[in-house]
Design a protein around this ligand. Structure first.
Ligand SMILES: [Zn+2]
Length: 381
């Protein structure tokens, strides 16, 4: 599969001088599979606006079995307020809630809340009619070509928009391109389990997770502080992970889980006083941008307590076990090796982030990051 996909550039194509400059996303219709990519946009953007691509029934529920509330004309803007369920989107229409089929809407061009995500081909690359090498080659693009990703990664294949044409490329031969914007967005749904929080996507001021509980796992310290807390679903998951790892002869300790906004503010301020803002920002998260404030992240270390949140944890038996098994419990290694320009953080083999099992398995099996899963912009340090 690999060989078939990584091709030498077709001379004929060269001769015809195809210039594949990829234009804006947002002009693409979405099928059931790739509507899912829009969930994170809902989760982390202020508002997501879609446009009806046909005259469209708005129904009381997410299937054609439900009553029609209204029919909107092609071109109508719809505000999507809920996740896709079986290809149906929850929308708000003049304040009323309804459901529309995802087949007849496209993400709006004008929406400022969504951003074009550009990838770069890392090799000469076939663009195919479908997401596998069994599909026909539409064209071959040169290494370095910018591609606008418009659809969710399915089995390692990305849907792209190439001069207005839809095609599929293997994700093995693309990398996320530089960010097009430096603005920091405030996440709209901080309580969403797979929420994206990073240096470009911050939690709202005063956000406190509602379901924080004390985890049952052992930590490197004895005190009963907020650092032991996680959101309930993540707390259950980390407990299972610790129990199973121990059965397999790998003992772990928690180092730090939840960190309140106030703690992060105090911590960051202390670093700024000591080292100055410019330096502090390189190693500490700005308040609101730390995953620890979500209650979904935890730093762990080996049972001997050494190398807690330090580089020497990398390569240990415990780190290897986590790399191989964390996703079975819904966790990802949030800051992988070699992805610093995407996540904004150097490799942190100890920082686990709970995203739920399905997303965790997708991310870990493909060796990608949460940013890449969402096709959001890369975070440049
Ligand atoms: Zn951490």
């Amino acid at each position: 599969m690999t060989k078939l996909n990584k091709v030498t550039l077709n001379k004929r194509l060269l001769a015809t001088g195809f210039a594949f400059i990829i234009l804006c996303a947002g002009l693409i219709g979405f099928n059931h599979a790739n509507i899912k990519v829009l969930e994170p946009s809902v989760a982390n953007a202020a508002t997501v606006t879609y446009t009806a691509t046909a005259n469209l029934n708005v129904r009381t529920g997410p299937s054609t079995a439900n009553k029609i509330i209204a029919t909107v004309k092609q071109g109508t803007k719809l505000t999507v307020t809920g996740k896709n369920a079986n290809g149906w989107l929850k929308v708000s229409l003049n304040g009323q809630t309804g459901y529309v089929s995802g087949q007849y809407v496209k993400i709006s061009n004008s929406s400022s809340s969504t951003e074009t995500v550009t990838y770069t081909a890392t090799a000469n690359l076939n663009v195919r009619t479908g997401p596998s090498t069994a599909n026909k080659i539409i064209t071959t693009v040169k290494q370095g070509t910018k591609l606008t990703v418009t659809g969710k990664n399915v089995n390692g294949w990305l849907k792209v928009n190439l001069n207005g044409q839809t095609g599929y490329v293997s994700s093995k031969y693309v990398k996320i391109s530089n960010s097009s914007s430096d603005a920091i967005q405030v996440v709209a749904k901080p309580e969403s389990i797979p929420v994206l929080v990073n240096k470009k996507n911050k939690l709202p001021e005063n956000y406190v997770p509602k379901d924080l509980v004390y985890t049952s796992i052992p930590f490197t310290f004895k005190e009963k502080t907020e650092k032991r807390k996680m959101r309930s679903e993540a707390a259950v998951a980390i407990s299972k992970l610790f129990t199973e790892s121990k059965k397999q002869g790998v003992s772990l300790l928690g180092v730090s889980a939840y960190r309140s906004h106030a703690t992060q503010v105090a911590l960051f301020d202390s670093y700024v006083k000591r080292d100055g803002y410019a330096k502090a920002i390189t190693y500490s998260a700005l308040p609101g941008t730390s995953e620890h404030e979500t209650g979904l992240a935890i730093d762990v270390t080996g049972g001997n307590g050494k190398c807690a949140a330090q580089d020497c944890f990398g390569g240990t038996k415990e780190a290897k076990w986590l790399q191989a098994h964390a996703d079975d419990y819904g966790f990802i290694i949030r800051y992988p090796k070699g992805k610093e320009s995407v996540t904004g953080y150097k490799y942190e083999p100890w920082h686990l982030r709970y995203v739920g099992k399905s997303i965790a398995q997708t991310i870990m099996s493909q060796g990608i990051t949460l940013e890449e899963y969402y096709y959001t912009r890369a975070v440049q340090k």
